[in-house]
Design a protein around this ligand. Structure first.
Ligand code: ATP
Ligand code: FE2
Length: 321
């Protein structure tokens, strides 16, 4: 059977059909005309593009066995729009719903795309920055940001310099020409904080290239430090990078070097599966369905603050903790 997956927690409305492999994937990104993402406008975008995005992938509706959707975490209005569409499709197709945790889906599609079995995961996106690993039936969050996500930190800095959204890729280009200046480095225990770093970067009078370079070096070194400690603590030997910021070549390089020094292996999924995408919801939904995790309509309310470690991971029970 096939599973239809719907993603739309933030900027990207995306649908996919998953069978034994990925069958179809179609996305419609919301690009804010100016500034950052406005939750209501993103939701309006999702509503207006829903029919187009779903019909592009729903080529064999009679073979669909479930409709999976991102239940959270994410922006309320976007989540609500996607959940409403998922409920309607589940009723129309006469198949159950599967409620997928967006963060867990990033991890699962990353494992699927790289073949990694039991990695420590650095999940670095716009709103989220976490270091996760599987332990006794759940994805434990070993460390995370205490304020804003790494991607939002980069985007915020870029906005203050009137650079276009998303700022991450633009900062990466400037950073290639930059050299190091000191900026505040904040790791508290296993957790991270980025807002002080962004403020200092914004106030710096150094050339933009140097600030971009140093912002990246500092923020990425913080992430690598926490990932390395999680790796050592959990006794694992694989590091997987997921989330939109994972596209950054310098972040990949720093993690790869850390892994080489520790005798661990590093991998990052191809671009399609790195940022928000429908395939990760369809795939995780399919694995969950195979383990009986369907969601009654009455329990299908959105979960804007849904955390990865709230999910009971029944589909990995065969593996050692
Ligand atoms: P989530 O809901 O999981 O927080 P998201 O909505 O932020 O996800 P993603 O696609 O995972 O979406 O990530 C988008 C972020 O990735 C943006 O903040 C963007 O600036 C950042 N990004 C994209 N490419 C790069 C890059 N090359 N270097 C650094 N950051 C990047
Ligand atoms: Fe995401």
């Amino acid at each position: 059977g096939l599973v239809l997956g719907l993603e739309g927690t933030a900027w990207n409305l995306s649908a996919a059909l998953f069978g034994d492999d990925l069958i179809a994937l179609h996305s419609s990104p919301y690009v804010p005309p100016k500034g950052g993402i406005h939750p209501r406008e993103a939701a309006q975008h999702h509503a207006s593009m829903m029919k187009e995005v779903v019909s592009r992938v729903l080529t064999e509706p009679e073979r669909v066995r479930a409709v999976a959707f991102s239940q959270g975490p994410g922006l309320g209005p976007s989540l609500r729009t996607v959940a409403t569409a998922a409920r309607a499709l589940s009723i129309a197709l006469g198949v159950p719903l599967v409620g997928v945790n967006h963060c867990v889906a990033h991890v699962e599609i990353g494992r699927w795309a790289t073949g990694f079995r039991d990695p420590i995961v650095l999940y670095a996106s716009g709103a989220n920055t976490q270091v996760l690993g599987y332990l006794n039936g759940r994805y434990r969050i070993f460390g995370e940001t205490l304020d804003i996500g790494l991607g939002n930190a980069l985007d915020k800095f870029a906005r203050s310099h009137d650079l276009q959204h998303p700022g991450g890729p633009i900062i990466e280009r400037f950073a290639r020409q930059g050299s190091y200046i000191e900026l505040p480095y904040t790791v508290k225990g296993m957790d991270l904080a980025f807002s002080g770093l962004v403020s200092a970067a914004q106030e710096s009078t150094a050339p933009l290239e140097d600030v971009c370079f140093s912002l990246q070096e500092t923020a990425f070194a913080m992430c690598v430090e926490v990932t390395e400690r999680a790796l050592a603590h959990a006794g694992k030997d694989e590091v997987l990078l997921v989330g939109g910021v994972g596209a950054n070549a310098r972040l990949q390089e720093m993690l790869r070097i850390m892994c080489e020094e520790r005798g661990a292996t590093f991998a990052v999924p191809e671009r399609t599966f790195l940022g928000d995408n429908g395939a990760m919801i369809a795939y995780t939904g399919k694995v969950m369905l195979e383990h009986g995790a369907t969601l009654p309509l009455r329990d299908s309310q959105i979960r804007p603050g849904y955390r990865a470690d709230e999910v009971e991971v029944t589909w990995r029970e065969e593996e050692p903790g």
